[in-house]
Ligand binder design. Structure first.
Ligand code: ATP
Ligand code: MG
Length: 409
């Protein structure tokens, strides 16, 4: 057995533990499956590197993550594996040789701690090695007996157990695990092109970015600031949000554009009711240019229908009509409470609620237009030297790169 008892720590515990990650929708990908699988494997290897040396490979729609020495941080690796898109279930499993004696022995050593506090269980046995002498129901029965005799007070419930113990007899080894935790779901990062997220410091846009990353998009971000009307700390907050998103999105280039002069001109020349809409036209056009320069196939915003005046159907109609690139708004049909739950899930909520201003909240109109017409908005914009302001703003762009860990490549 090549890797049994590979670590001193495991020799003491008398078992080797590995992490198993179950594929999600990747398995539906037919002819493309190979690409999805190799993308996912590559990402898992990159994400593993700060946690130590692991052997990571794919077999039978599962990614196996095997620690190679005592330095490996298996808890850290487990937490990371749960944040890799494309995986639906993550679990830790004990490994043993493929014979009933070893499997029973392993069940005796490994399971009592995992089943502590549980009242009922069932055993689910699977054998992909059809030459294994026992059939699945026989394996289940035997291991069920072992559990009943080693875990005091626990009972069998095959219909609604507190925990399911899974025994898998695979090609090389047998694996035992108790329960399974959900993975991040979705499709592997970078399997669905690149999107440019309009990232504010609010709750919604980081959620929108994570939701599209979950569908396989690589996320690039664009933030608009309006110094000195917005502060240094507001910018730091956005950078912190991007960093937090990297737990799931891995790496984000954050482009920052200054709208100070644009906003001052709007304030001085246009009718107040249209301030926000005109600003949003600038934002969308600048984002479109940025998307083309950085090869992003879509814009992503955190808009949610009816949430504020600039997110009525008419207002969205206006901002949508000024660009010629798909605009994804994954929060469009979510309630604020649902967006907040998702923000907590992705770990951005606490930073999002820090009280700093956004450029959308400086010079806000007292009576914003909620039923704007594109012609009226354009008539207001005609009062400005749009092209000069656009070029000046775009030229102010600078970029910072955030990563899940230093040296992530
Ligand atoms: P959020 O919570 O994401 O800030 P919001 O509910 O505050 O959204 P708005 O301020 O109307 O809504 O912004 C709508 C969307 O426009 C945001 O979700 C974001 O995608 C984009 N946006 C707003 N402000 C900025 C900004 N300063 N930089 C980049 N994008 C922005
Ligand atoms: Mg906002």
């Amino acid at each position: 057995m090549d890797f049994l008892s590979f670590t001193e720590a495991n020799k003491e515990k008398k078992y080797d533990e590995v992490i198993l990650c179950k594929f999600g929708e990747v398995v539906l990908k037919g002819a493309n499956r190979q690409n999805f699988e190799s993308g996912l494997l590559k990402e898992m290897r990159r994400r593993a590197s700060p946690h130590g040396t692991f052997k990571i490979y794919v077999k039978q729609s599962t990614i196996y993550i095997e620690p190679q020495d005592d330095e490996c941080d298996i808890d850290g690796m487990y937490a990371t594996a749960k944040k890799v898109f494309g995986i639906v279930g993550v679990n830790r499993a004990a490994v043993c040789e493929k014979n009933m004696e070893s499997i029973s022995e392993m069940a005796r050593i490994y399971l009592p701690e995992k089943l502590r506090g549980k009242r009922t269980f069932k055993v689910d046995a699977k054998r992909s090695d059809k030459k294994f002498p026992l059939k699945s129901p026989d394996i289940s029965r035997e291991i069920g007996g072992v559990i009943l005799s080693t875990v005091r007070g626990i009972k069998v419930d095959v219909h609604n157990p507190d925990v399911t113990v899974t025994v898998e007899v695979r090609d090389d080894h047998a694996y035992i695990r108790a329960g399974q935790e959900p993975g991040a779901g979705g499709l592997p990062l970078r399997s669905a092109g690149r999107g440019l997220l309009l990232l504010s410091g609010g709750i919604d846009s980081p959620v929108a970015g994570c939701m599209m990353a979950k569908r396989g998009m690589e996320i690039e971000a664009l933030h608009f600031e309006s110094f000195p009307y917005t502060s240094e700390r507001a910018r730091e907050k956005v950078m912190k949000l991007a960093e937090e998103m990297c737990e799931y999105c891995a790496k984000i280039h954050v482009h920052v554009i200054s709208l100070t002069h644009v906003q001052e001109e709007i304030r001085d020349r246009c009718s107040e009711d249209y301030f926000t809409l005109i600003l949003r036209v600038f934002m969308m056009r600048l984002a479109e240019r940025c998307a083309r320069d950085y090869k992003c196939g879509a814009l992503i915003t955190g808009e949610s229908l009816g949430q504020v005046a600039s997110q009525t159907l008419s207002a969205i109609g206006v901002t949508d009509s000024v660009v010629n690139i798909p605009v994804f708004r994954p929060c469009i049909g979510l309630d604020k409470t649902e967006i907040i739950d998702t923000a907590r899930h992705y770990g951005t909520f606490e930073t999002s609620i820090l009280p700093f201003e956004d450029c959308c909240t400086v010079f806000t109109p007292r009576h914003p237009k909620t039923q704007p017409k594109i012609d009226d908005v354009m008539a207001e914009i005609a009062k400005l030297d749009f092209d000069a302001l656009f070029e000046e703003a775009y030229a102010s762009m600078y970029t910072e790169t955030k990563m899940v860990y230093e040296n992530y490549r």
